[in-house]
Design a protein around this ligand. Sequence first.
Ligand code: ACO
Length: 431
Amino acid sequence: MADPFAKLILPDQKEAIQLPIKEGSLGPKVIDISSLSNHGIFTYDPGFRSTASCDSNITFIDGDLGILLHQGYSIEDLADHSDYLEVCYLLLQGELPNAQQRAIFEHKIKNHTLVHEQLSKFFNGFRRDAHPMAVMCGVVGALSAFYHDSLDIKNPEHREICALRLIAKMPTLAAMCHKYSIGQPFVYPRNSMTYSENLLHMMFSVPSNDDLPNPVLVKAIDKILILHADHEQNASTSTVRLAGSSGANPFACIAAGITALWGPAHGGANEAVLKMLHEIGDVKHIGKYIERSKDKNDTFRLMGFGHRVYKNFDPRAKVMRQTCHEVLSELNKQDDPLFKIALKLEEIALQDDYFIQKKLYPNVDFYSGIILNAIGIPTNMFTVIFSLARTVGWIAHWTEMISAPGLSISRPRQLYTGEKNRPFIAMQYRD
Ligand code: ACO
């Protein structure tokens, strides 16, 4: 059956322009406006509130119902029954692995966990008190200087090896950022450990002791990684796609994604939530902060609340709240004052007319910081952990884009509001 069309009649034209309406497997239909520029007009949608930028079969979100699916599997099922490496395989390959595929994938990842010794020298160029996200932008981008053997983006084998390298090396680099900032020696990856065990091992062990990571905390960090693995065409993923559309290598594209993630409106919110909870300090101050967040003359916003797509509970926040209970109980920190403030803050905000009318609910960042904090991960490392987890989503989207036929550079247009053409003024005649 032929696609239906939308008709657009411009003020100075008699004939309607026919714009195909396309339908995906789930979610709203889209109007294909790509032919509009032939009619001398562009669409205008700052912030991309009404724009689908690509076709994708990786992740689906229904923001009204609070649904998140990866390749058709719900985030709740994946968080409960899967683990991060399996979710990585799912995002990259489109299917859950069988036992043999899983073993081969894990083996391949473990083959790439080390970083080039020369790369460790890069860290000395940074101040010890540099924000770890600043260091991550630098060292992840620098990976492209080490892997000339796999930078042909048209070669599927090169693309695969880049994906494996990035997923394998991110925990090593993240842990190196932490160790560098506290002046401890870098810890090499241990391939006898699982992915998440290894992350905690590299973050927290020191050569002078043999402590192994607590299995409950390993499970919690693995869940955090699953919950952050992918989220459709968000700001950082769109940044990776945009950078990749020019043919840039994947290491450079992922570094671009890290920069976009850093902002407090996006991945930087987990760090901002913890700072906010500290600032609130006591449940008795919550009312004041709720009022501030509603005041148009105050720039304060409730961090970890609201989402561009979710107008209902972020399903990841629910899993995160439950994980928070589990971690705090394992660590005998059920009375954690920050958790108490967070629970009360959520309760009060969800009953407040302002938040109800604007459909503002807790997002993934609201509880993740409390868990990371309880595990012992410093606040400035929170967004680094997010970037580590999201790397698989970024690389899955990059691969999907590069391997699709007809790749073309992403190049938006603008509504120009500057000066019109004017004659040059020589210096002596300028005011
Ligand atoms: N606290 C108070 N008011 C808020 C909040 C909040 N956290 N979020 C949105 N609002 C209000 C806005 O002031 C606006 O009010 P108005 O219509 O009267 O002007 C309305 O709700 C809509 O907000 P927008 O900024 O238009 O929503 P947008 O979709 O652009 O932004 C965002 C979404 C950036 C997530 C926003 O809700 C926010 O800043 N939240 C806090 C930061 C945060 O938690 N970010 C993490 C997002 S999840 C992620 O990226 C991993």
